[in-house]
Design a protein around this ligand. Structure first.
Ligand SMILES: [Zn+2]
Ligand SMILES: [Zn+2]
Ligand SMILES: [Zn+2]
Length: 144
């Protein structure tokens, strides 16, 4: 008699070839890789040690959370998922570097790419300052 509940094959793991290294070669599996260089870093604000706090509302619509900080003029503006004020700011001013207060990622509108704030030296202190503002402690050291 056929027993439907009996799954004869027990939990044998799928065979994995011993080539665990190929993620290092960037085989592109959906993860958006952050750039480690950007030609627009000279537009960074000269004073990025004093940042607005992560709960600063959008300066135009007062949206309270998950805003972006313009790294060129330190204005806080809302995301493309709210009223797109950061995007409009970029279009109006040409400022292209922004830090997300929701996950502390840095986006370059001109490169249309995320930037690795822990690799790029000019961004590292900004990322650290924002991290401390958001979490109240220093970020973990980057794994090298
Ligand atoms: Zn750029
Ligand atoms: Zn807004
Ligand atoms: Zn700006």
């Amino acid at each position: 008699m056929a027993d439907k509940a009996a799954t004869s094959s027990s939990s044998s793991p799928p065979e994995i070839a011993d080539e665990t290294q190929d993620w290092m070669l960037g085989s592109g599996s959906g993860w958006v890789e952050a750039r480690t260089s950007c030609d627009h870093l000279n537009s960074l604000s000269p004073d990025l040690l004093h940042l607005p706090t992560p709960d600063t509302p959008c300066s135009r619509c007062q949206n309270p959370v998950e805003n972006w900080l313009c790294l060129c003029c330190k204005e806080v503006l809302c995301s493309r998922f709210v009223n797109r004020h950061m995007l409009m700011h970029h279009q109006q001013t040409g400022h292209c570097l922004a830090l997300s207060y929701s996950d502390l990622s840095v986006w370059c509108f001109c490169c249309e790419a995320y930037l690795d704030a822990q690799i790029i030296l000019q961004l590292r202190p900004i990322h650290q300052a924002a991290y401390i503002l958001k979490f109240g402690e220093s970020p973990p050291l980057p794994q090298l």
